[in-house]
Write a protein that binds this ligand. Sequence first.
Ligand SMILES: Nc1ncnc2c1ncn2[C@@H]1O[C@H](COP(=O)(O)OP(=O)(O)OP(=O)(O)O)[C@@H](O)[C@H]1O
Ligand SMILES: Cc1cn([C@H]2C[C@H](O)[C@@H](COP(=O)(O)O)O2)c(=O)[nH]c1=O
Length: 212
Amino acid sequence: MSRGLFITMEGPEGAGKTTILQKLGNFLGGLGYNILLTREPGGIPISEQIREVILNKENTEMDGRTEALLYAAARRQHMVEKVIPAMEEGRIVLCDRFIDSSLAYQGYARGLGMEEVYGINQFAIDGVMPDITFYFDIEPAEGLKRIQTNDNREVNRLDLEELNFHEKVRVGYLRTIDKWKERFIIIDASQEIEKVFADTKTKLLEKLDKCQ
Ligand SMILES: Nc1ncnc2c1ncn2[C@@H]1O[C@H](COP(=O)(O)OP(=O)(O)OP(=O)(O)O)[C@@H](O)[C@H]1O
Ligand SMILES: Cc1cn([C@H]2C[C@H](O)[C@@H](COP(=O)(O)O)O2)c(=O)[nH]c1=O
């Protein structure tokens, strides 16, 4: 059986990752692909429990390395329990955030070191990297404004970081993209939703064409 495809969605808070992931899932499902939509941290019970610990606003004392290790632990369980089995069944996995979030948030913005965070994540993912990663680019202040006006979204511990932290997250992403240019597709996420979705679809279909 052929291996499926692993596609991840990355970007600062409020960039529109979840919105576009759902639209893309519906679109690809409509074309007959067997799709799995999932997210990090989370996606399965153990990892959702870890998510609750990491993002709980009351856990203000959490050490940066503890945070990085918890994200990696959630990732490990999610990989072995959900992502890898789905890919072995030939499905397209669309995942909201993955290792690049750890590199940008913990490695760069938290200052733990991108190489160090990459190292602990290698232990977690054992060499399984995404085939394609969309990076939804937006000014962090603009993204934060979007989530602050969304009443359905609960504000979490990471959202409460200063604007300066979120600006560093974006720099961390741009450095990560520089390292893995081939894997990334950059989308201008400041545009209106339908245009962001249209660009995402077009770029994905182009990339899939090239892979055939
Ligand atoms: N292009 C857009 N223009 C305006 N609003 C948008 C756009 N994309 C998404 N939104 C809105 O912004 C909010 C955040 O969107 P979404 O949850 O998809 O972002 P996200 O990148 O997944 O955020 P986070 O990672 O912080 O959870 C939602 O209210 C959504 O409707
Ligand atoms: C995977 C991952 C996530 N984060 C941060 C990014 C966000 O602030 C939260 C997740 O919330 P979302 O609404 O689901 O986007 O966690 C991180 O810092 N490091 C990671 O590896």
